[in-house]
Design a binder for this molecule. Structure first.
Ligand code: ADP
Ligand code: 5GP
Length: 190
């Protein structure tokens, strides 16, 4: 792991885990508590959920614009997830890293694998649910997706869970505050 010399923390950290496991909830708390972290805003072709704002939660793009960016090599990584494209804009991440910011990516499994190839020094954390029943309860409890989208996410979650041992660390999100503090330790945040 390459440490950021100013912050004594990993320069690039990836958080992956199945949909509904609590990645967004944990990342939100991390950002509130550690202003030094810069979270990459992804581009996606999925439609905004209720309160999501373009340029804040995601850059919402149509498929044509997304594909154009792929051809221009504008993504550090990108993947298809549950019928939509998601990608990390390359230029902003590089700019933040060159400014020695601690950069955080919250992405799915295929993207994490691509980052492992292009940035082997990145620290990769897999967030796991305590069990599958609880994961399904959380996905349904979020009540933002249609049944078809929920089924796609549950199927994908089964595959993602099998990949957890590829990661530098696995953190179980049972109690949110305990998971948060484990991640803070792994990222060497005080
Ligand atoms: P993800 O970003 O991984 O898709 P979210 O952060 O949106 O997941 O969380 C999915 C749902 O689970 C939300 O309703 C959230 O409040 C809930 N949740 C997250 N972490 C926990 C936890 N440790 N215990 C109980 N519920 C949780
Ligand atoms: P959601 O539609 O629930 O916001 O996100 C679906 C999945 O896409 C989540 O697992 C999330 O981590 C992942 N995701 C979000 N942004 C990116 C990205 O830029 N690249 C990749 N590969 N996955 C992403």
């Amino acid at each position: 792991m390459v440490l950021n010399p100013l912050l004594n923390s990993p320069s690039l950290t990836v958080i992956t885990g199945p949909s509904g496991v609590g990645k967004g909830s944990i990342v939100k708390k991390l950002l509130e508590r550690h202003k030094e972290i810069w979270l990459s805003i992804s581009a996606t072709t999925r439609a905004p959920r209720n309160l999501e704002i373009d340029g804040e939660h995601y850059y919402f793009l149509d498929r044509e614009s997304f594909k154009k960016l792929v051809h221009e090599d504008g993504f550090l990584e990108w993947a298809e997830f549950a019928g939509h494209f998601y990608g990390t804009p390359r230029a902003q991440v590089q700019e933040q890293l060159s400014n020695r910011r601690a950069v955080l990516l919250e992405i799915e499994l295929e993207g994490a694998r691509q980052v492992r190839n292009s940035f082997p020094e990145a620290f990769q954390i897999f967030l796991a649910p305590p069990n599958f029943v609880e994961l399904e309860r959380r996905i349904r409890g979020r009540a933002t997706d249609q049944e078809e989208a929920i089924q796609k996410r549950l199927n994908r979650a089964r595959d993602e869970l099998k990949a957890k041992n590829e990661f530098d660390a696995v953190v179980v999100n049972d109690d949110l505050d305990i998971a948060l503090s484990e991640i803070e330790k792994l990222m060497r945040l005080s």
